[in-house]
Design a protein around this ligand. Structure first.
Ligand code: MLT
Length: 243
C-alpha cells in the first residue's frame, strides 16, 4: 500500500518499519537536493542543526565542499549558500559534497531513516520518485510519502506533491482503497493539477518566500519531471541513485 504522512509530527513510532520512504519538501529542500545532485554534486549530507552542519563541513576539503541551508527560509550567516535551488547549479556544486541543513526537510530526513530505503521527491523529479515507490510495491515493499510540512504543521505544497506521486502509482480504481491521508492528498492534487504553480503560490510558505525575495524559487519548484534524478539516503549521505 501507499500511505501519506502529512507531517513528521504525526509520524507514529514504528510507522516506517519495513517501508520505502519518499521525503517530500517541495519548497524547497527536496528541489534543492535534487538540483544539487543533477548538477553533479557528489553527495548531499543532511544535518539537523546549523552546529552539526558546521562540524560536518569542517571535516571536508573546503575546495570540494559547500555548506548550505536556511532557517525559516533565511540564509544562515557564515554559510556558503542558502536553500535556493538556483544556488546549486554545476558552477557551484559540480564534484563537491554539499552539507545542507534546512528548517524542516533535513529534520524529516532524519526521521525517514527508520524506512528500509529512503529517497527524496519533489515535483521536479516526480517521475523518478514515483518509479521508486512503484518498484517497491512490485517487490512487496509498501511505501510512505513523508511530507516535511512546516514546524509540525501540514503544508499544502507537500500534500499536493504527495497527491501527484499517489496518482502516478495507483490507478483511479485503486484510489478507493487508499488510507484517508493518501485520499486527501490525491483529491487535492486532482483539484489543482492544471496549474501547480498557481497552487504553490497560494501557500503560506510561498508568501514567506516571496516576502524574502525568493519568489523565483517557486516557479522552479513547480516544474514537473524536469530532473531525471533520484536522491537516495544511505548512512547519512544522499547520492544520486545509480551514480
Ligand atoms: C525547509 O526545510 O523547511 C524548507 O526547505 C525551507 C525553505 O528553505 O524554503
Amino acid at each position: 500500500d501507499i500511505d501519506v504522512v502529512l507531517s513528521p509530527a504525526v509520524l507514529a513510532p514504528e510507522a516506517l518499519k519495513g517501508r520505502r520512504v519518499v521525503m517530500v519538501d517541495v519548497l524547497r529542500a527536496s528541489t534543492t537536493i535534487a538540483t544539487a545532485l543533477a548538477s553533479g554534486a557528489r553527495a548531499v549530507i543532511p544535518a539537523t542543526d546549523t552546529g552539526e552542519a558546521g562540524r560536518l563541513a569542517a571535516n571536508l576539503d573546503p575546495d570540494f565542499s559547500l555548506l548550505g541551508g536556511e532557517r525559516d527560509g533565511k540564509p544562515v550567516a557564515g554559510f556558503g549558500a542558502g536553500n535556493s535551488p538556483a544556488e546549486y547549479g554545476p558552477e557551484a556544486v559540480q564534484g563537491k559534497t554539499v552539507v545542507l541543513t534546512t528548517t524542516n526537510g533535513t529534520r524529516a530526513l532524519a526521521k525517514a531513516k527508520a524506512g528500509i530505503e529512503v529517497a527524496v521527491g519533489g515535483f521536479v523529479n516526480a517521475a523518478r520518485a514515483a518509479r521508486f515507490l512503484a518498484e517497491g510495491l512490485e517487490r512487496g515493499e509498501p511505501g510512505t510519502i513523508l511530507c516535511a510540512g512546516w514546524h509540525g504543521r501540514v503544508s499544502l505544497e507537500d500534500t499536493l506533491c504527495a497527491g501527484l506521486l499517489v496518482s502516478r502509482v495507483v490507478t483511479a480504481a485503486q484510489a478507493s482503497g487508499l488510507t484517508d491521508s493518501s485520499k486527501m492528498a490525491y483529491a487535492l492534487y486532482q483539484g489543482s493539477r492544471d496549474d501547480i504553480e498557481r497552487a504553490l503560490r497560494s501557500t503560506e510558505h510561498a508568501r514567506r518566500l516571496i516576502a524574502l525575495d525568493f519568489g523565483d524559487d517557486i516557479t522552479r519548484c513547480a516544474q514537473i519531471d524536469t530532473l531525471d534524478v533520484l536522491p537516495v539516503q544511505h548512512d547519512g549521505r544522499i547520492t544520486a541513485s545509480g551514480a
